[in-house]
Design a protein around this ligand. Structure first.
Ligand SMILES: Nc1ncnc2c1ncn2[C@@H]1O[C@H](COP(=O)(O)OP(=O)(O)OP(=O)(O)O)[C@@H](O)[C@H]1O
Ligand SMILES: [Mg+2]
Length: 240
């Protein structure tokens, strides 16, 4: 469970990237975080992971404060950032062993084999990450985040660059996680994905949360039977 209370983060004096955000993402749900470019999604996800520190407010992961009990909180998280271009000089297998070391994963051989077969990267693990395509890198990072079977899976635009089969496998993995009582929090620009797999969504714009609820509730908040795309544009102030 992820609990965000009154969190604010500014990078410059005159603008808040995240503005007094209050949000709870519950165990057993897939929560989709929507919003236009620059809305504050990545900043929020980085705050939750302790990569950034909030100016105000608190964030707890399964009851552990990300600032005061950082290690405990981070142990409960698997994070896939929006940029898979990391550790490029490592081989795939070296990266996964590194992640298994950090998170003290037991029975790593079987877990690495199962995950990498699932995402069809098992036969390239002896090559360096810089020889991989964007989607292959994304999959290695994803496998690394799943290795310790975290209670909270946090993903920043995870479907970007994945082929349809991999995207389908990822969505299934996310559903399985939530069905096991775990918490899945991800950002996306793809409204159809949000509509299909999210139990609840949040819409953020200019750092402020404008809506939290189910897709059905979202549709009810706006008059007429608009498409999800029209609703999104209306809420985020870009109505044509
Ligand atoms: N390190 C930084 N330094 C200065 N400003 C930043 C930094 N990171 C983010 N910002 C600003 O914070 C705001 C929110 O950015 P953020 O990356 O969270 O948006 P986003 O919702 O993830 O957008 P996108 O959909 O394009 O990924 C933007 O105005 C951005 O310019
Ligand atoms: Mg982003």
């Amino acid at each position: 469970m992820i609990s965000i209370k009154n969190v604010t983060k500014s990078f410059t004096k005159d603008k808040k990237a995240v503005d007094d955000l209050d949000l709870e993402v519950l165990d057993g749900e897939i929560f989709g975080f929507l919003g236009p470019n620059g809305a504050g999604k990545t900043t929020t996800l980085r705050l939750i992971n302790g990569i950034l520190r909030p100016d105000n407010g608190t964030i707890e992961i399964d009851g552990y404060d990300i600032e005061k009990e950082g290690i405990k909180a981070k142990e409960q998280i698997g994070f896939v950032s929006d940029n898979p271009d990391q550790f490029l000089n490592l081989k795939g297998i070296e990266y996964l062993n590194f992640m298994a070391d950090i998170y003290r994963v037991e029975d790593r051989f079987a877990k690495i084999e199962r995950l990498t077969k699932r995402f069809e990267i098992n036969d390239v693990l002896n090559n360096a990450l810089n020889s991989y395509s964007h989607g292959m890198r994304q999959k290695v990072i994803l496998c690394g985040a799943l290795l310790h079977e975290p209670h909270n899976l946090i993903l920043d635009e995870p479907m970007t660059g994945l082929d349809p089969k991999s995207s389908f496998d990822l969505k299934e993995t996310m559903r399985n996680y939530a069905d096991q009582g775990k918490c899945v929090f991800f950002s996306t620009h793809v409204l159809e994905v949000a509509e299909r797999i999210c139990d609840r969504v949040g819409i953020i714009n200019k750092g402020k949360l404008y809506f939290v609820g189910t897709i059905d509730e979202l549709k009810e908040t706006v008059h007429e039977n608009n498409s999800l795309e029209q609703l999104f544009l209306e809420i985020t102030g870009n109505e044509q």
